[in-house]
Design a binder for this molecule. Structure first.
Ligand code: ADP
Length: 258
C-alpha cells in the first residue's frame, strides 16, 4: 500500500496491555498537534480500543465519497477506530482474525486521511495477527515501544521488539510510562517501580529512551473526561522532541511526494 499524503507512519506498541500505550499515543499526538503539525491516529487495538474514550470521540464512520472520513478531536487529531462501528462502549467486536486484519488494512487504505505529517498506529499489545498484518501491509517508518519500569512489562516488550526487528521494522525508541510520581505535597520525585530497567533495554537494543512520562493524576483525570488532548507537561514536550528527531533520523534520505 502507498503512503499517499501521509509523511510519516509510526506504530506505537507494547508487550503487555495496560502499560499506557494508548495514553502515550494520545499524548504524543496532542503535543505534535500543538506544534501545528497534522496528526492522525489509526486505532488498531480492536479488542481494547481506548483512543476514542481518551479524546472524547464517538462514531459512526461515514463515507462522503472520498473514502471513510476520520473523526476529529476538538484539537484536530484525526481518528479511526473500531469503536466507531459498535453501538456503545460495552459492545465488543467479536471477529475472526482474517476479518480483523482486513479492517485494519481498510483503516489505512480506504480512509480519507488527507495530508498528514504523522499517522500514529495504536497497536494491540502482543505479537498476534494484527501486528503481523500491519508490518506486512502498511508502509510504516518505524515503531515506538511503551513500557513501565516493571519486570513483567520489560520482559514482554522484548517479544514485541524482536517481532518488529525480525520483520525489518526500524525500532525508533522506548517510552517509559509511569516512571515516577511527583509528590503533590513536597515535590519529591518518587520512583514507584524502580529505575534502570528501561535504559538497560534501550542500551541492549541500541535505541534511545525517547521520554519518561510520570504517573500524574491529571493524565488519568483528563482521560476519564475524554479530554486528554488538553494535557500539557514538560515530559510530553521532551518526548515529542525526541520522537521527531528519531523519525527524522530513521527516514533520512527518503523523499515523500505530498
Ligand atoms: P494500554 O493502552 O497500554 O492498555 P492505557 O493507555 O489504556 O494502557 O492506560 C491504562 C490506564 O492507566 C488508563 O486508565 C490510563 O488513564 C492510566 N494511565 C496510563 N498512563 C498514566 C499516567 N502516566 N498517569 C496516570 N494514569 C495513567
Amino acid at each position: 500500500m502507498e503512503k499517499g499524503g501521509i509523511r510519516h507512519v509510526v506504530a506505537v506498541g507494547s508487550g503487555k496491555g495496560g502499560v499506557g500505550k494508548s495514553t502515550a499515543t494520545a499524548l504524543l499526538a496532542t503535543e505534535l498537534r500543538r506544534r501545528g503539525l497534522t496528526v492522525g491516529i489509526l486505532d488498531a487495538d480492536i479488542t481494547g480500543p481506548s483512543i476514542p474514550k481518551l479524546l472524547g470521540l464517538t462514531g459512526p464512520l461515514v463515507d462522503r465519497g472520498e473514502g471513510i472520513e476520520p473523526s476529529a478531536s476538538r484539537t484536530g487529531i484525526s481518528v479511526v477506530s473500531s469503536q466507531f462501528m459498535v453501538e456503545d462502549e460495552q459492545t465488543p467486536v467479536i471477529w475472526r482474525g482474517p476479518l480483523v486484519t482486513r479492517l485494519i488494512t481498510q483503516f489505512f487504505g480506504s480512509v480519507h486521511w488527507g495530508k498528514l505529517d504523522y499517522l500514529l498506529i495504536d497497536m494491540p499489545p502482543g505479537t498476534s495477527d494484527v501486528p503481523l498484518t500491519v508490518f506486512q501491509t502498511i508502509p510504516i517508518d518505524g515503531m515506538v515501544f511503551v513500557l513501565t519500569p516493571q519486570d513483567l512489562a520489560a520482559l514482554i516488550v522484548k517479544k514485541a521488539m524482536n517481532m518488529a526487528r525480525e520483520l525489518h521494522v526500524p525500532l525508533l525508541g522506548l517510552v517509559e510510562n509511569m516512571s515516577f510520581l511527583n509528590c503533590p505535597h513536597c515535590g519529591e520525585r518518587i520512583e514507584l517501580f524502580g529505575t534502570g530497567k528501561v535504559a538497560k533495554i534501550a542500551a541492549e537494543y541500541g535505541i534511545p529512551v525517547l521520554g519518561q512520562i510520570p504517573v500524574a493524576p491529571p493524565i488519568s483525570g483528563l482521560s476519564d473526561q475524554g479530554r486528554l488532548d488538553e494535557h500539557q507537561g514538560p515530559e510530553v514536550g521532551a518526548l515529542a522532541d525526541a520522537f521527531v528527531r528519531s523519525v527524522d533520523e530513521a527516514t533520512k534520505g527518503q523523499t515523500t511526494v505530498l
